[in-house]
Design a protein around this ligand. Structure first.
Ligand code: FAD
Ligand code: SF4
Length: 496
């Protein structure tokens, strides 16, 4: 039973981020953390008070909005009671990686929390992080090895959150699981997309240690369906494995083919961010794409753009401007068009936005302007307005923005076909994603699809949910039954 008056006694409160002028000098997590020994700033008592704000609602909208179906009121109450051990048991029962969502999720649960009717939801995501971080510290996150082996071999292609969730579930179900990753390290976008200041790679590595100890095998530097000598062909894959889970992500970035696109200095965001991550880890002193001393323009106002922004500031950019074609969102949700408990479409200020840069809304890129040597020097933009649902230029609003570097962060158009998809002969749907049936199976029997590769560009929490559900489907296909949970269907969508 929750504290029935907690939400009346305590205000919503989050731990402070480190001061901007200090944190942009390094790549570490923007938040103070217990690991930094600074828990006096937001002690466990403060977290427990936040957990006490949960009302244990009869219909917990937080739970319904969560793709992995986290048992939020239950672990909120356990955190309130200081029972962190049971809290992590409850949290792990629905989420393989609460540390990824606790750090990175945009928290649809908080958008739907009943207390968000008064715009002060329970700090669900922070409590989730505290529970799992505490569990690692206490040594409660131990390998869970299967009691029985099935003798079946499963290959998981791609090591982002979808592949990792599928691999952990299938390993625990007793299968012999190998994860193939074409990059040199495991993690997908958690490794080379999302910057260190949002989630330190050590957080990923400690989970991979657990997975290795459970028996999951990881192979890096091998592209399945790739053309290098040591890559694995589709034929080898099918011959060696009883089932396959494809979780290769939606890696094709949306391009902007405006005049001048060929100039030197224009890059897709995912050409830039992996170098920033390597620089953060001390592997590169001077990355090949470096914002140091440069005027940077980021096209796209979402998370990927914000990650470019924070990276450029840490590299010492001279200026950073982020462009968005949509109008600036309102500060408060519009109860008519965007009512509770749907996800609030409001102005968000990420840690990167606190650190500086200019955000321009309702603007479109007209062309890129270069110098005689073919280098980018500026971007010509104009303002737009919506007329009959289409963006139209407002004449006379053209202006130049200085730009030595432009990062295109306008989303992703789907999975890469060349290589893996073509070689396996799986069908792709009209949106560029690998087609699948209600059991997450592609058009090739025994080949399942999870995460962004099947859903299209999405979120970590959806990738984990899909990895878990696809694992249950693959387990059933291999053995005729499965005790693994299926939190989502392939066509499930957010509350709307
Ligand atoms: C810059 C950026 C920041 C983001 N920030 C957030 C955030 O803060 N919160 C959030 O919830 N979501 C965020 N997202 C979205 C989130 O990262 C993705 O939805 C999620 O990672 C998808 O997981 P996945 O496992 O499907 O694929 P991915 O994480 O994309 O992993 C796919 C992996 O498959 C590998 N692969 C592909 N083909 C092959 C092959 N043939 N052989 C071997 N390996 C292969 C790739 O190299 C890659 O490592 C962000 C996305 C980006 C781009
Ligand atoms: S909706 Fe909010 S208050 Fe209600 S159970 Fe969920 S977290 Fe607690």
């Amino acid at each position: 039973m929750a504290d029935s008056t907690g939400f009346l006694k305590y205000e919503r409160e989050l731990p402070p981020r480190r001061p901007v002028d200090i944190r942009i000098l390094d790549w570490k997590d923007v938040y103070l953390s217990r690991a930094n020994g600074e828990d006096a700033v937001f002690p466990v008592e403060a977290v427990r008070k936040q957990a006490a704000r949960c009302m244990d609602c009869g219909i917990p909208f937080c739970h319904h909005a969560c793709p992995v179906a986290n048992l939020i009121p239950e672990w909120n109450d356990l955190a309130r009671r200081d029972d962190w051990h049971d809290a992590i048991e409850r949290l792990h029962s629905t989420n393989n990686f609460p540390e990824f969502t606790g750090k990175l999720c945009p928290a649809p649960c908080e958008g739907s929390c009943v207390l968000n009717l008064q715009e002060s939801p329970v700090t669900i995501k922070q409590i989730e992080w505290e529970i799992i971080d505490r569990a690692f510290e206490e040594g409660w996150v131990q390998p869970q090895t299967p009691a029985q082996r099935s003798g079946k071999k499963v290959a998981v292609i791609g090591s982002g959150p979808a592949g990792l969730a599928a691999a952990q579930q299938l390993t625990r179900a007793g299968h012999d699981v190998t994860v193939y990753e074409r990059a040199d390290r495991i993690g997908g976008l958690l490794r080379y997309g999302i910057p260190e200041f949002k989630m330190e790679k050590a957080v990923l590595d400690r989970r991979l240690d657990q997975m290795r100890a459970e028996g999951t095998r990881f192979v890096t530097g091998v592209e399945v369906g790739g053309s290098k000598d040591d890559d694995l062909s589709a034929e080898q894959l099918r011959a060696e494995y009883d089932a396959v889970v494809l979780s290769g992500g939606a890696t094709i970035g949306r391009d902007l083919l405006a005049p001048g696109r060929e100039l030197k200095g224009i890059h897709l965001a995912m050409e830039y961010l992996p170098f920033g991550n390597r620089q953060a880890l001390g592997e590169l002193d001077d990355p090949p794409i470096n914002a140091r001393g440069k005027h940077v323009v980021i096209i796209g106002g979402g998370d990927t753009g914000a990650d470019c922004l924070g990276t450029a500031h840490r590299q010492g950019a001279a200026s950073v401007t982020q462009l968005e074609i949509m109008p600036a969102p309102p500060d408060r949700r519009d109860p008519a068009g965007n009512p509770w408990p749907t996800y609030p479409m409001i102005m968000r200020v990420s840690s990167a936005h606190e650190e500086g840069g200019e955000r321009l809304y309702s603007v479109n890129t007209e062309r890129f302007l270069g110098d005689d040597a073919g280098n980018l020097r500026a971007l010509l933009l104009h303002e737009v307005e919506r007329v009959d649902g289409r963006f139209q230029k407002i004449e006379g609003t053209e202006r130049e923005v200085p730009a030595d570097l432009v990062f295109l962060a306008m989303g992703f158009t789907g999975a890469q076909r060349e290589g893996l998809i073509d070689a396996l002969g799986v069908e792709v749907d009209g949106r560029g994603n690998v087609a699948r049936d209600a059991q997450f199976m592609s058009t090739v029997p025994g080949v399942f699809v999870a995460g962004d590769m099947g859903r299209g560009q999405s979120l970590i929490v959806w990738a984990i949910a899909e990895g878990r559900a696809a694992a249950a489907a693959a387990d059933t296909w291999l053995t005729g039954e499965s005790a693994l949970p299926r939190p989502v269907t392939p066509t499930a969508v957010a509350l709307r």
